[in-house]
Design a protein around this ligand. Structure first.
Ligand code: MLT
Ligand code: MN
Ligand code: ZN
Length: 306
């Protein structure tokens, strides 16, 4: 399978439009070696087909499609390589790009859990609004680990796992989580037998989840924050990383500790990186520490062939 990183940043992107933190200001004025990044999304296709699945529809989707010619194969007057969209949650950075796909000729094939379907029909009723344009052909993602396929995305099969993270701030379950607010996905290619685990929003790793991660050839996991109090220290928020559903990389029980315990052959990647995260600065000690632990921060336009 091929995984294309369309957007490797968290909500807001990098640099963020209104932010003058060290990273955003330094990226803008060129004083920092750091690559700009769009918001959280990947495209996955199997070994025998160019058509595949869009995971999350970010507000930057149109720019992302333009910078990836493979997503526009040009076989007909209206065409796309996006066979279907799968949502990991109903957060703004993962769902508002759906509005931008409204010109589709037929209803948009969309896979999401029941709580996400509810949030996207009430608090942020994008699915209702799309009913006035192309419409949505919604498929339910079950939380029992049953495998599903997306017609048109040859060779691929998917298994969802409920995660502890956070529903969007507009959701009635923001502070009263229900299973399915956030999911991770095991993506398998039946032809090659290879698999990847994708979880851009991940607040806690349980033993069962870690077992699942151990079986994947690559993991692409929550890279939002380096420290739990990153936003508090910068005076940008009163909430910790864990408060908003993101496991920080550093510290006891942090992402680096978990990734260190994976089998030696597992490729470890961080995705959904917040603009405040010091790993974005390619010359930072935090970035050097990641390299030491064989952990790669995702960049836009990166591809992984598994
Ligand atoms: C998150 O991942 O915590 C949210 O996407 C943040 C946001 O909406 O900006
Ligand atoms: Mn997000
Ligand atoms: Zn910033």
């Amino acid at each position: 399978m091929r995984i294309t990183i369309l957007g490797s940043a968290a909500g807001g992107g990098f640099p963020q439009w209104n932010c003058n933190c060290r990273n955003c200001a330094g990226q803008r004025d060129g004083s920092l070696r750091a690559k700009a990044r769009t918001q959280s999304s990947i495209f996955v296709s199997g070994s025998t087909s160019a058509d595949g699945v869009l995971f999350n529809a970010s507000p930057d989707i149109l720019e992302q499609i333009r910078s990836h010619p493979a997503l526009q194969p040009g076989r007909a007057v209206r065409d796309t390589a996006i066979a279907g969209v799968v949502l990991m949650d109903g957060q703004i950075d993962h769902a508002t790009g759906l509005f931008m796909l409204r010109e589709r000729g037929r209803p948009l094939p969309l896979w999401c859990t029941d709580p996400v379907e509810e949030d996207l029909s009430t608090g942020n009723p994008v699915l209702k609004v799309l009913g006035h344009y192309c419409g949505v052909d919604r498929h339910r993602i079950a939380l029992d680990g049953a495998a599903f396929e997306v017609p048109g995305a040859a060779d691929l099969s998917f298994r969802a796992v409920p995660l502890s993270s956070k529903a969007a701030p507009y959701s009635p379950h923001r502070e009263a989580p229900v299973p399915g607010d956030n999911i991770g996905m095991l993506i398998s290619d039946r032809r090659s037998g290879r698999s990847a685990f994708y979880a851009p929003g991940l607040g806690e790793i349980t033993p069962a989840l870690f077992d699942l991660m151990c079986g994947a050839d690559a993991v692409l996991v929550d890279g939002t924050f380096w420290t739990d109090d990153e936003m508090i220290r910068l005076g940008l928020s009163k909430k910790t990383a864990r408060d908003i559903g993101h496991l920080p990389q550093s510290g006891a029980g942090g992402m680096i500790e978990w990734l260190d315990k994976l089998p030696a052959s597992t490729r470890r990647l961080l995705i959904h990186i917040n603009n405040t995260n010091p790993i974005l600065d390619e010359d930072s000690p935090e970035r050097a520490l990641l390299t030491q632990h064989r952990i790669e921060p995702c960049e836009d336009r990166m591809t992984l062939d598994l």
